[in-house]
Ligand binder design. Structure first.
Ligand SMILES: *Cc1c(COP(=O)(O)O)cnc(C)c1O
Length: 411
């Protein structure tokens, strides 16, 4: 930092504190990751100030020569990475991307079928508290109570009954693969559009570690800051036939000038994701998630669905007489950052919860592997079953600090 400490010491100090927090804590939030420094350089670049309403070659401001080149480059990389016909990189966030997809082909009041928030869905998939539910009519599918997985027969039955104009697949706390082919068949049976929201798993999909939805869906949305490691921002991929409608819904429909600095970061993100080391990182991320699952199971915790196919696990804490909120606070006090999370059919209140969601992206990006995962599970278990014992919590804190020092985020 060159200028910030002089212009605004208070914000500069918070930036320094946040850097220290990131280095000194273990980030196990499944929705987060550590981005390479080049992402920050792109995000903080001179592209922060240019107005560029419209699209490359068709702007409503002059002086867009470099902006056009930048957006075209990012767009080409996005299509190459995911094998998509068309990409729109202008959505400011994942929620904006979803809203744009809804408004591109639906009319207010149309019907959408999506996964229940309490079973792993997302607020922007029609939760009553979300603006999405005020514009469209949602019905939600849940998980099979026994397998805790999507019951495709149930989804089909609901689709036949509800006759939605759009079906959404995708979730924020679902540890298993989604059968996109089945979702595509169900959607086509009722002539509904299929939207796949792959926000959480975009990195794993980009690396080819798990199957991707692009060939099966009309629309695919995601955010670049989760497994994909690219900093904040939203993206829409779609079939060519929907391209014009998506373009017009984003601009002039829902947004003004795009954030060119975030577009620059997206370009960098896609370039890095096309490189072999990225594939290796995403493979290790999934391996570490499996190791987390096995570790917690060994310590007597139940893992929702009995394991994971992706970067996250859901730990059911009831066998230890714990709730998610108590566990989250105890873990934060020792420098381990997770979030409490409802488990399917959770009897506890949504702000209390019976589970925690644990993700491997952050620790994997620090270079940690199975040995460290096993240490982390031990530290977490010790902290969670000794939430009242200050001495033991201090010991765990020292263990966490030790690991963080050995595996710096930004060496
Ligand atoms: C995180 C997430 C989003 C929201 O992305 P923002 O960029 O925070 O708006 C949307 N959908 C799903 C499934 C997510 O997990």
């Amino acid at each position: 930092m060159q200028y910030l400490p002089q212009h605004d010491p208070a914000v500069a100090e918070l930036v320094r504190l946040e850097e220290a927090r990131i280095e000194d804590t273990l980030d196990l939030i499944a929705a987060e990751n550590h981005a390479p420094r080049s992402i920050f350089e792109a995000q903080g670049s001179i592209f922060s100030t240019k107005a560029a309403e419209g699209y490359p070659g068709h702007r409503f401001h002059a002086g867009c020569r470099n902006a056009d080149a930048l957006e075209s480059l990012a767009n080409e990389r996005a299509r190459q990475l995911f094998g998509a016909d068309h990409a729109n990189l202008q959505p400011h966030s994942g929620v904006s991307a979803n809203l744009a997809v809804y408004f591109s082909v639906l009319n207010p009041g149309d019907r959408i079928l999506s996964m229940k928030l309490s079973h792993g869905g997302h607020l922007s998939h029609g939760d009553p508290s979300s603006i999405t539910s005020k514009c469209f009519n949602f019905q939600h599918y849940g998980l099979d109570p026994k397998t805790e997985r999507i019951d495709y027969d149930q989804v089909r039955a609901q689709a036949l009954d509800y006759k939605p104009q759009m079906i959404i697949a995708g979730a924020s706390s679902y540890p298993r693969l989604i059968d996109y082919e089945k979702m595509e068949q169900i959607a086509s049976r009722v002539s509904a559009y299929l939207l796949v929201d792959m926000a959480h798993i975009a990195g794993l999909v980009a690396a080819g570690v798990i199957p991707g939805p692009v060939a099966h869906a009309d629309f695919v949305t995601f955010t670049t800051y989760k497994t994909l490691q690219g900093g904040r921002g939203g993206v829409i991929l779609c079939r060519q036939e929907h391209a014009k409608k998506i373009s017009r819904t984003i601009f002039p429909g829902a947004q003004g000038t795009p954030s060119l600095n975030l577009l620059a970061a997206k370009a960098v993100c896609f370039k890095l994701a096309l490189e072999p080391v990225f594939k290796a990182l995403q493979t290790k991320t999934r391996d570490n998630a499996c190791a987390l699952s096995a570790g917690f199971e060994q310590k007597g915790y139940r893992i929702v669905t009995g394991g994971t196919d992706n970067h996250l696990i859901l730990v059911d804490l009831r066998s230890k007489g714990l709730t998610g909120d108590v566990a989250e606070k105890a873990l934060e006090s020792v420098g381990i950052i997770v979030n409490r999370n409802v488990i399917p059919g959770d009897p506890a209140r949504p702000d209390v919860t019976s589970g925690i969601r644990v993700g491997a992206p952050g620790i994997t990006s620090r270079g940690m592997g199975p040995d460290e995962v096993s240490q982390i599970v031990g530290l977490m278990d010790t902290a969670m079953i000794n939430t009242e014992n200050g001495d033991i919590l201090d010991q765990v804190s020292r263990g966490v600090a030790d690991l963080c020092r050995k595996f710096p985020v930004y060496p």
